[in-house]
Design a protein around this ligand. Structure first.
Ligand SMILES: Nc1nc2c(c(=O)[nH]1)N[C@H]1C(S)=C(S)[C@@H](COP(=O)(O)OP(=O)(O)OC[C@H]3O[C@@H](n4cnc5c(=O)[nH]c(N)nc54)[C@H](O)[C@@H]3O)O[C@H]1N2
Ligand SMILES: Nc1nc2c(c(=O)[nH]1)N[C@H]1C(S)=C(S)[C@@H](COP(=O)(O)OP(=O)(O)OC[C@H]3O[C@@H](n4cnc5c(=O)[nH]c(N)nc54)[C@H](O)[C@@H]3O)O[C@H]1N2
Ligand code: SF4
Ligand SMILES: [Mo]
Length: 710
């Protein structure tokens, strides 16, 4: 008998509602849920790939341990014991910091991992904590921390009411929106133009989003901070600033004006590749629009000046009176409050530094660009064991090949994942959790980053079978087993873990809802269970200064660390203006049917056009005598890969673009479909030494490469 159930897609930030039909646990259809209050029926092709994920013969359903080059299925009891013994033994011999932990992107999409991961990491008691944050949105968090007092106070574009959206380094038409949860975002972008507004895109590639935009401008990779400084210069110079209501609790306007004063558009023209007249136009149009918002994403946060770019985008919003205004950049009021006030949340940066290079801590984590050197540099405090959860850092972090070699030499490595991928192939033991539709779902983070206040709980669609366990059960059990700190510490940690396990994710979620801002309107887990299509809690509403987390409830327009970092940018002005002969600047890209380094084992998502090509401008190809489809050798400071070149006018001259997450032909990877479409890993070219020195985030955009025919 066919059963129809409503769910939420766990694959990206858009939180699309799904209508899933299954017969005894076998999915027969996945469609968009037309009644979903937020996504209104929209889905992308990846949602249908969830069926393949659930039926994938390569997926692990029971723990495995490595025996030589082989894997042997073992019981959960043995897997837990092996993991706890491996980790505790390394810590007993080499100290707590000798165990590193890495949490990958799908962690954030899992309610169980969000609730039970932190306890596990705390129980390990190591300073070697890493995650995908530092190859992604870290600068956005830090700009939020330094300007508003909390890393999660990231302003969200009010897409539904804006009349001018200025995008820096994001491709929502493909990524489906990020730090801007907005299902069916392409329709929402089109609607801005239908309302008579404008969508303006700044990107070194004329992307799928450029197709939807009113105008697109190329920019040299990594030069956004210069463009933004010059736009702000024009705004102050021409007296276009109007901070509005927020002025009463904003400090640092004079300082910002001073900082931008030396960045006349003519000075940054060569570095940005944007004409001074265009810069003036961009600034004037942005200030003149009735409602406007500037928004930046991965293209601006994964570059050497990511902190500056993220700050200046928000500063542009503040100076033109767009912060906390309808149609501008606003804060959510989520049903489960993730923003805890207090001193602890304000001191979340630079409390310690990484051992080898001295990169700064953020929220208890170190930048993952430092992980390989922490493993392969001998000395006290060296990392000798690793746990990964839902990640594939060999493909997703800079100089992945070095990390690959480093991980292969570890004393002990345990992974919580259901695939044997490029990273987990080195594990000694793998503990496979349930996947997406087999567990209860609530987006703690993405409701906090959405363009409307919404709330939705989706109970598991499929039964939890064939020996897997939920990630929260695995993390809970491991927390209990690795807890350290003598008898009392251990008892306390175990006590807390036991309580949390008893409550389960549902219990904890219900508590969160009942202490949230809508509890007085009756919002609870029960209420959400009665609303399978979600609950709409309305448009974003102005909430400043009350929602600020700074001690004095003020917006800091010119935080000292950011102002100081402008000096580093200034030094780069000369070399950005004059790229070295023969070198090209490498940038990344995403594709609609790919999901970072995974979902490549779904035949329906990988077949067709070869996704892993290098895009190169016609003139650069001609200069190298290359034709479309030629195989080229691409080299950077750290490595080389072979790729197929795709010639196009749609990438800026001097720039080449390669997607990340490919390179599935490494020995021992157990992904049969993906191995048939291996591609090559861009992160064998990106450089672990190239970080945004201020924030520690990876500096992917603009890595210098040379290209020649094979
Ligand atoms: N289909 C699909 N969707 C996804 C993902 C996926 O892998 N596939 N991944 C998800 C994840 S984890 C994330 S974080 C989001 C990311 O979401 P987005 O940030 O929207 O995704 P990208 O496509 O990486 O867009 C970055 C854009 O920045 C441009 N860019 C590169 N360097 C620069 C630069 O220096 N300056 C400027 N101005 N632009 C630059 C690139 O050309 C690219 O178009 O997407 C999510 N959604
Ligand atoms: N050059 C370059 N590199 C990049 C980027 C870029 O734009 N350019 N983007 C970066 C970004 S934004 C990100 S977010 C990272 C992503 O990088 P990572 O987070 O390291 O890698 P993913 O590809 O998301 O790996 C997902 C893994 O999680 C497993 N998994 C899926 N669901 C679950 C689950 O529910 N539980 C558990 N335990 N495991 C699960 C999958 O099997 C897979 O092995 O890549 C980054 N790397
Ligand atoms: S847009 Fe994102 S959430 Fe929506 S169906 Fe596609 S992958 Fe899933
Ligand atoms: Mo990401």
């Amino acid at each position: 008998m066919t059963e129809l159930k409503f769910a939420t897609c766990p694959l990206c930030e858009a939180m699309c509602g799904l209508a899933v039909e299954h017969e005894g646990g076998r999915i027969t259809s996945i469609r968009g849920d037309a009644d979903d209050r937020f996504s209104r029926g929209h889905i992308c092709p990846k949602a249908v790939g969830l069926k393949d994920l659930h039926e994938d013969p390569d997926r692990l359903h029971r723990p495995v341990k490595r025996v030589g080059n082989d894997w042997k299925e073992i019981s959960w009891r043995e897997a837990y014991a092996l993991t706890a013994r491996g980790l505790r033994s390394v810590q007993a011999r080499h100290g707590r910091d000798a165990v590193a932990v890495y949490l990958g992107n799908p962690t954030v999409h899992s309610l169980g991992a969000m609730l039970y991961g932190p306890g596990f990491v705390r129980a390990l008691g190591t300073k070697n904590r890493y995650s995908a944050t530092s190859v992604d949105q870290l600068p956005h968090h830090l700009a939020a921390l330094w300007m508003f007092g909390h890393p999660l106070l990231i302003p969200i574009p009010d897409l539904e009411r804006t009349s001018h959206l200025l995008i820096f380094g994001a491709n929502p038409a493909v990524s489906n929106g990020s730090l801007m949860t907005a299902p069916d975002v392409s329709r929402r972008l089109k609607e801005i133009r239908v309302r008579g507004g404008r969508v303006v895109l700044i990107d070194p590639r004329r992307t799928e989003t450029a197709e939807l935009a009113s105008e697109h401008h190329f920019i040299r990779p990594g030069a956004d901070a210069f463009l933004l400084l010059a736009m702000l210069h024009v705004i102050f110079d021409e007296g276009l600033e109007k901070i509005g209501r927020v002025a009463g609790f904003t400090e640092g306007v004079g300082e910002l004006r001073e900082v931008v004063s030396r960045y006349r558009p003519e000075r940054v023209m060569a570095a940005t590749g944007v004409h001074a007249d265009t810069i003036r136009e961009l600034a004037r149009n942005f200030s003149a629009a009735p409602h406007a918002v500037a928004y930046g994403r991965v293209g601006v946060s994964t570059q050497e000046f990511g902190g500056l770019a993220c700050w200046l985008i928000t500063a542009l919003n503040v100076v033109t009176g767009r912060l906390d205004e309808p149609g501008g950049a606003m804060f959510t009021r989520p049903a489960v409050e993730m923003i805890r006030e207090g001193a602890a949340s304000r001191q979340r940066f630079g409390r310690w530094k990484s051992r080898v290079r001295g990169l700064p801590e953020f929220a208890g984590e170190l930048p993952v660009s430092a992980l390989a050197e922490e493993i392969d540099t001998v000395g006290p405090g060296q990392v000798r064991a690793l746990v990964t959860h839902a990640g594939n850092p060999v493909l997703s972090t800079p100089n992945g090949a070095r990390l690959d070699r480093a991980i292969a030499g570890l004393e002990f490595y345990a992974s919580i994942d259901f695939y044997i991928n490029e990273t987990t192939r080195h594990a000694h033991v793998i503990l496979p959790p349930t996947a997406g539709l087999e567990r209860d779902h609530y987006d703690l983070i993405f409701h906090t980053l959405a363009i409307r206040n919404t709330s939705k709980f989706s109970p598991a669609v499929l039964p939890h079978t064939r020996g897997t366990k939920h990630d929260w059960e695995i993390l809970g059990e491991l927390t209990h087993r690795v807890a350290r700190g003598g008898m009392i510490g251990r008892l306390r940690a175990r006590g807390a873990a036991a309580l949390a396990r008893r409550a389960g994710p549902r219990g904890l979620l219900d508590r969160g809802l009942k202490s949230g801002p809508y509890a007085s309107f009756g919002l609870s887990l029960k209420k959400l269970e009665e609303s399978p299509h979600g609950v709409d809690l309305g448009s974003l509403i102005p909430c400043l200064p009350a929602r600020l987390s700074t001690v004095d409830k003020k917006v800091r327009l010119a935080p000292a660390k950011l102002v100081a970092d402008v000096a580093r940018l200034e030094v780069a002005l000369a070399h950005m203006s004059a790229p070295r002969n023969g070198e090209l600047a490498l940038i990344g890209r995403r594709e609609l049917r790919s999901n970072n380094s995974w979902m490549h084992n779904s035949e329906r998502l990988v077949r067709g056009k070869r996704p892993c090509t290098m895009l190169m401008h016609t003139t650069d190809a001609a200069a190298r005598g290359l034709s479309d489809g030629d195989r080229v050798l691409v080299t950077s400071r750290v490595g080389e890969v072979e790729l197929e070149v795709e010639i196009t006018p749609d990438v800026m001259p001097g720039v080449v673009s390669v997607p990340h997450g490919w390179g599935h032909d490494r020995a021992g990877v157990k992904l049969r479909v993906a191995r048939g479409h291996p591609g090559a890993s861009i992160n064998d070219l990106t450089d672990d030494a190239r970080v945004d020195v201020l924030t520690g985030n990876a500096g992917f955009s603009g890595v210098a490469v040379r290209v020649r025919r094979v």
